[in-house]
Design a protein around this ligand. Structure first.
Ligand code: PHE
Ligand code: ZN
Length: 850
């Protein structure tokens, strides 16, 4: 038996565990194929519980012994774990189990990565380590002994004693099992220290495999910046004397916030100018902050059950977004977050996988680490802050920490602190946690010579399991501009609470021009029937940087949709307005680089589908290319200037200014390469001394149909670096012509360095395949079949990563009957695979139910 039988778990069925834990002692005797885990756990009956059954989770464990109060226990094996009869008084549970980390390719529980032991317990991996009530509301202090030959033996908390082959750790802070971690390996550390605001010195380490020690400095600085920021902005101090980060090469997700011992996918912590792009640096900084911030939002206050996942994730994403906005450019950060939301969360919410920020049921919780829980969850926090104001937000969050420190809390607890500290009724606001789907906000304007009126209305299309929705509270940030571009009314927050509501602005002798949903004040789709002239005006004049960018984006979108549906040429008004923005040196480079971008092909497919038009991936691809070519032609004189003006002399620095300049120069280069056959890109490639410039140049060369030589040289130069080679794999697929994508991908899977067991490498290849819109949806169906084939292969090896990647098929109902038939056949093929994992089975079932 591989998994417990699939059952659906419901939020409404929550009941507390029948016992309280007064202490956990674990001993690990490490051996690759036969690690022994001894546990000694003090239980006592929980007076608040009605269900007194003594059930411990356990999966893939070989039981050696089990005892209660020193006497061999009569243990019954049941679905997903064991049961035993226990005294109605405090007792001690002792067990010894054997597990096999070497063969644990699912990367959940205790596993091995390149000879090093490591654990991943969130959400339900601890049950693969020992018998335990593996649920987040059971919190306990852990003492962990590790016996092994590795040089470095780590666990949570503070070290109690250490000697050759032995280490003992104690974590004084009660925690749920999902925050447990153990790492053992011949690792090196990059050390640092941080002095907290109360004067305590904390030792910091980033642990890596030998060879990676020169890639830790940036992560260490990011950690210190995060610690400082959380003190300054949220008043939160670190609470142990030691903070360890470990980099592992085989990891299903980005990183994990285990108490005092964060474990990171090496791609999310290792950085050097030669091997990492500016984008990598930025992401690493954000993820280090994210995991660090979990120490308070997640660890000190954790979740009562997994339905409350957004309690820790939405809030922690919101906090890491604030951190990035503070350290770098706030408008650039906001635009990037919205791009990510529209790129990942909107499609999820518009398809068969749509679910509320707090789901009501699930089969496999691993399938709910989604853009909705994380990114929409963060938007909900942002709206709350907008509605109550900055000062009230701080006060409420302080109350949350005061009231719930040490608790396993709920969304109700979170909202209650806001109600108690502001006196506001958040009953309607709470719908953001239970409604799925993206609301549409429609705007109509009226003007009578004095009073300007905005008529707002909202509606949300039906989503799986939710046909009708009640109106939500939507904070709509609005400013008014005069026709000469002056701001005549600074940003105000309109609170839309009804299905339809009107807002009046009096005393306007000339008709003002509204700028609506400034800074993207709510995660909604804005529908505004306005013409190009108005958009061009906002692109030129809006005082809100987000909406200024948005105006350009909407012009690009409308131009593309017109090309796709009527064959219209790229919109001259858009190109003209964009040119003016690009020439404006008062705007920072990163912002102008974002302006130069355009909606993705899959975004366009989604928009067409919503408008009732079947998207044709080929036509979308052609229109997108045409618009790029039109930019290359229209800005023939400007692009070389932008390129030149944004070259940097002197040493590389991944800061906002340097990375902004490189992003604008590279954006210019990619258009220039459309007219010069890649000549300038070849020059850049030859002299590049950092990965940002090197990779961008290679990308432009491949896009221009050149770069064979450089591609080979790149492999030669970087074949020893796993993370750089991931880029090499991805790039070739990303830059392949649509009809060659499947072929190129197949060839790369035959490369000796393609290893499906490594999630980064699998994603580098199969993720690139599924994200190449025109290639994935090529009419031959070859890419569909190829992805399905590899998902079927990966499922028995790594169900979690397989299940996540099934979402490539979530949009299958958007397309024409021929493509639908092909995708549906592949979904059937996956569904009919023998012994399909619970993870993948749930995903495919949901996707097919569309
Ligand atoms: N809790 C982790 C984070 O958000 C994500 C994660 C989930 C990692 C499950 C591993 C497994 O930072
Ligand atoms: Zn998180």
């Amino acid at each position: 038996m591989r998994d417990a039988a699939p059952t659906t778990i419901f939020l409404k069925d929550y009941t507390p565990f029948g016992f309280i834990i007064d202490g956990v002692e674990l001993t690990f005797r490490l051996a690759p194929k036969a690690t022994r885990v001894l546990s000694r756990i003090k239980f006592r009956p929980n007076p608040d519980a009605t269900d007194k059954r003594f059930f411990l989770h356990g999966e893939s464990l070989t039981r050696i012994s089990a005892a209660i109060d020193g006497k061999s226990a009569d243990v019954r094996d049941v679905d997903g774990g064991i049961e035993a009869d226990v005294p109605d008084a405090p007792f001690v549970w002792e067990a010894e189990v054997e597990i096999n980390p070497q063969d644990n390719t699912a990367l959940e529980g205790l596993y091995m990565s390149n000879g090093m032991y490591c654990t991943q317990c969130e959400a339900e991996g601890f049950r693969k380590i020992t018998y335990y009530p593996d649920r987040p509301d059971v919190m306990a202090a852990f003492e962990v002994t590790i016996e092994g030959n590795e040089k470095v033996l780590l666990s949570n908390g503070n070290p109690l004693s250490q000697s050759q082959g032995f280490a003992k750790w104690q974590d004084p802070w009660p925690k749920p099992a999902y925050l447990f971690a153990l790492v053992a390996g011949d690792l090196l550390n990059h050390p640092g220290t941080f002095t907290t605001k109360s004067g305590r010195q904390v030792d910091l380490n980033i642990w890596v495999r030998p060879g990676d020690e020169n890639k830790c400095a940036f992560g260490m600085q990011a950690l210190k910046d995060s610690m400082k920021w959380d003190e300054d902005v949220y008043g939160r101090e670190y609470d142990l004397d030691l903070f360890n980060i470990v980099a592992v090469d085989d990891f299903n997700m980005g990183a994990m916030e285990n108490k005092g011992l964060n474990v990171f996918n090496s791609s999310c912590v290792l950085a050097s100018p030669e091997t990492s792009t500016d984008g990598n640096f930025e992401r690493i900084e954000a993820i280090i902050a994210h995991e660090y911030f979990h120490n308070w939002t997640g660890n000190r206050i954790t979740c009562r059950d997994w339905f409350q996942l957004c309690l820790k994730e939405g809030l922690t994403v919101y906090r890491d977004q604030q951190f990035t906005a503070d350290l770098r450019s706030a408008p650039v950060a906001r635009i990037s977050n919205v791009l990510a939301l529209r790129g990942r969360q909107f499609p999820e919410d518009q398809g068969p996988l749509s679910h509320p920020v707090r789901p009501k049921s699930f089969q496999e919780i691993n399938n709910f680490y989604t853009a909705t829980v994380y990114e929409k969850g963060a938007e909900v926090i942002g709206m709350l802050k907008t509605l109550v104001g900055d000062a009230a937000y701080s006060k409420a969050v302080d109350l949350y920490f005061d009231r719930h420190d040490g608790d396993a809390a709920t969304i109700e607890d979170w909202l209650q602190v806001f109600e108690d500290s502001t006196g506001r009724d958040l009953g309607q606001f709470k719908r953001w946690y239970s409604h799925s789907g993206t609301p549409r906000l429609t705007v109509r304007e009226e003007y009578d010579g004095d009073t300007f009126t905005l008529h707002l209305s909202q509606s949300t299309a039906p989503t799986p399991g939710q046909d009708e929705k009640l109106p939500q509270v939507i904070p709509v940030a609005v400013g008014l501009l005069s026709p000469n571009g002056d701001e005549v009314m600074a940003t105000q927050i309109l609170e839309l609470t009804e299905a339809e509501q009107s807002f009046r602005f009096e005393g306007h002798a000339t008709r003002p021009i509204p700028s609506i949903l400034r800074d993207f004040s709510a995660p909604v789709i804005l529908e505004q029937d306005i013409d190009k002239t108005r958009r061009a005006f906002l692109l030129a004049h809006d005082t809100d940087p987000f909406n200024r960018w948005e105006a350009g984006r909407m012009l690009a979108r409308e131009s593309l949709l017109a090309s796709i549906t009527t064959g219209a040429a790229p919109d001259a008004a858009y190109l003209e307005g964009l040119g003016a923005v690009l020439r404006d040196d008062t705007l920072d480079a990163a912002y102008r680089a974002l302006m130069l971008g355009q909606p993705t092909q899959s975004e366009l497919a989604g928009l067409l589908h919503e408008a009732g038009i079947t998207p044709d991936p080929e036509a979308i691809h052609t229109a997108s290319e045409d618009l790029r070519n039109a930019k290359a032609a229209a800005f023939g004189d400007l692009l070389p200037v932008l390129y030149q003006d944004n070259q940097i002399d002197g040493p590389y620095s991944p800061d906002a200014d340097g990375s902004g300049k490189r992003s604008l120069a590279n954006a210019a280069l990619s258009l220039i390469s459309r007219t010069d056959g890649g000549a300038l890109a070849a020059e850049q490639y030859a002299k590049a001394d950092n990965m940002t410039l090197q990779l961008a140049a290679l990308s432009c060369l491949l896009d221009a149909g050149a770069g064979k030589e450089q591609l080979a040289a790149f492999e030669q130069q970087w074949h020893g670096d796993r993370l750089v080679m991931d880029k090499w794999f991805s790039l070739q697929i990303m830059q392949a012509k649509p009809d060659q994508v499947a072929e190129v991908t197949t060839r790369l899977t035959q490369h000796p360095d393609f290893d499906m067991k490594n999630p980064n490498r699998f994603r580098a290849v199969m993720g690139a395949l599924s994200m190449h819109h025109a290639g994935f949806h090529h009419k031959s169906g070859a890419a569909y079949a190829l992805l399905a084939e590899w998902l079927i292969k990966l499922d028995p090896v790594n169900p979690q990563t397989t299940a996540r990647m099934c979402s490539a098929f979530q949009t299958w109902k958007r397309y024409d009957p021929a493509r639908q038939t092909m995708m549906s056949a592949e979904l059937d093929r996956i569904a009919n695979t023998k012994d399909l994992s619970r993870d993948t089975n749930e995903m495919i079932t949901r996707i097919r139910s569309a």
